[in-house]
Design a binder for this molecule. Structure first.
Ligand SMILES: *Cc1c(COP(=O)(O)O)cnc(C)c1O
Length: 465
């Protein structure tokens, strides 16, 4: 399987290089040259497989012959054994037609673990074979950093630098990063927003001097392996609800659009998905884009669902590329213009294409809070604010057939807000109960690309620990 850049100026690469490379050298995102397709019979067969086995099938379709299937299966088994629920991603029923997929039973209590646990094993496998060392640079809106630190800490071939917006993530989110004692991990509180952090990461990746000095890799959702790993739970949950004989809808709390785009990927691979609802908080760039056809950055507003406080959704470029019939020149033009002007018009034909699958709903802070209370009263489930954005969005859409809401974080990851709103105190699961007592370690830096690039270089070269 070959991977092409959405901007068409980078040479196609194989799966391994697409995974390690993160962003393509032309600033675009890698997508597979063609979408692998499962037959209805193959999808029906997933019902008899374990989560790890389905993951190996889905990831195997993207890895092609670059990774031996038995190795991939062993990595998937190990990755999903770190989850505390035996089915990995259990389904909970909310109403006769609405179900919740709990994606938060991994080590850092957020859905980012689902992809990050397998990604770390893929990296180890690939780097071990190549005798190579890498530095992972990631920007986090709260949960990616914790998941990356959990997955990569202590690994000998890899260093991790996690950038997070200072003061804009919860204490529990921060502690999942900053309490790692291993010296292959560096955490940086950046004086700025998540979008600032993400922009700095993009600049670092485009800095050829830095990249010659440091073998740099990215695990943000621009990394296609993450998208592929997230497509897996669309399959397992839809099949549990009767797919492929039945069409299933999804409702996804969205920020960087990686999770929702993974649903699009599953659909292209043959899974009968009806609609995917893109649920956003007040940072509604995606909801507005799908409604008005104008993809325009706003000012980031801090909310109680901080992992979605994003006004520039990286993975939207992948959907745009598909919607303009994979025209790389047009995609490059659009996203260069977006980077410069902060807004673009989606061509009408492309917008119609997107609306075949996606609809957007934005939910404000009050409604998010009311949804947490109502869900607790009506179903007994104590949900986190990100999940609440998606559960709240359900009231604004008319869907045919069952819908799966992706529950992206454990309520105990946001204990102050959840307790204040609901009056119920979410308890941390036993395995991580000591999180609040462990010492923290992180540096503070301004949102300046040059300063942060120098820091990354010093850490990668071992001049700082
Ligand atoms: C990252 C995250 C999201 C948003 O996912 P995207 O793939 O960025 O759209 C939603 N909820 C939680 C808890 C997250 O950590």
């Amino acid at each position: 399987m070959r991977y092409v850049s959405t901007r068409g100026q980078a040479a196609p690469v194989g799966f391994v290089d697409a995974v390690l490379g993160g962003l393509a050298p032309d600033g675009g995102l890698y997508v597979p040259e063609t979408w692998p397709l499962f037959s209805a019979q193959e999808i029906a067969g997933f019902a008899k497989l374990s989560y790890a086995e389905v993951a190996a099938k889905v990831l195997g379709a993207f890895a092609g012959d670059e990774i031996v299937h038995e190795d991939l299966l062993a990595m998937c088994r190990e990755a999903y054994a770190t989850f505390t629920h035996k089915t990995v991603v259990p389904l909970v029923q909310l109403t006769p037609q609405a179900f919740m997929a709990e994606l938060f039973h991994g080590p850092s209590l957020a859905f980012k673990d689902v992809a990050m646990q397998i990604l770390a094993r893929l990296y180890d496998h690939i780097l071990g074979a190549q005798d190579r060392r890498l530095t992972i640079l990631c920007a986090t809106s709260g949960d990616t950093g914790g998941a990356a630190v959990e997955a990569f800490r202590g690994r000998k071939t890899i260093k991790v630098v996690a950038l997070f917006p200072e003061g804009r993530i919860s204490e529990v989110q921060r502690r999942f990063m900053t309490t790692a004692a291993e010296d292959n991990v560096a955490c940086v509180a950046v004086k700025g927003s998540f979008d600032d952090c993400q922009a700095i990461v993009k600049q670092a990746f485009q800095d050829q001097t830095l990249r010659q000095a440091v073998d740099l890799s990215g695990v943000n959702s621009i990394n296609f392996a993450r998208i592929a790993a997230q497509a897996v739970y669309y399959f397992t949950t839809a099949v549990a609800l009767g797919a492929p004989a039945r069409t299933v809808n999804f409702c996804v709390p969205s920020g960087n659009f990686g999770d929702a785009f993974a649903g699009y990927v599953a659909r292209r691979m043959g899974l009968p998905i009806g609609q995917i609802v893109v649920a956003t908080n007040a940072n509604d760039i995606l909801a507005r884009a799908l409604e008005t056809g104008r993809y325009a950055r706003g000012v980031v507003q801090p909310t109680i669902s901080p992992a979605m406080d994003i006004q520039s959704a990286s993975n939207f470029e992948r959907l745009y590329f598909e919607a303009v019939e994979r025209e790389p020149v047009e995609t490059a033009r659009a996203f260069t213009a977006f980077a410069e002007a902060g807004s673009i018009e989606i061509p009408p034909q492309a917008l119609a294409e997107m609306r075949q699958v996606f609809q957007g709903v934005a939910i404000g802070e009050d409604e998010t809070a009311r949804t947490i209370v109502a869900t607790l009263n009506e179903t007994g489930q104590l949900i986190d604010p990100h999940t609440a954005v998606a559960v709240g969005a359900l009231r604004h859409v008319a869907l045919e057939g069952p819908v799966v809401v992706l529950s992206t974080a454990h309520a105990a990851k946001f204990p102050e807000d959840v307790a204040r709103i609901s009056g119920a105190q979410p308890a941390l699961p036993r395995g991580v109960a000591s999180l609040g007592d462990r010492p923290e370690r992180f540096d503070r830096l301004p949102a300046e690309a040059d300063t942060i690039k120098a820091y990354v270089r010093a850490f990668a070269e071992g001049r700082r620990s």
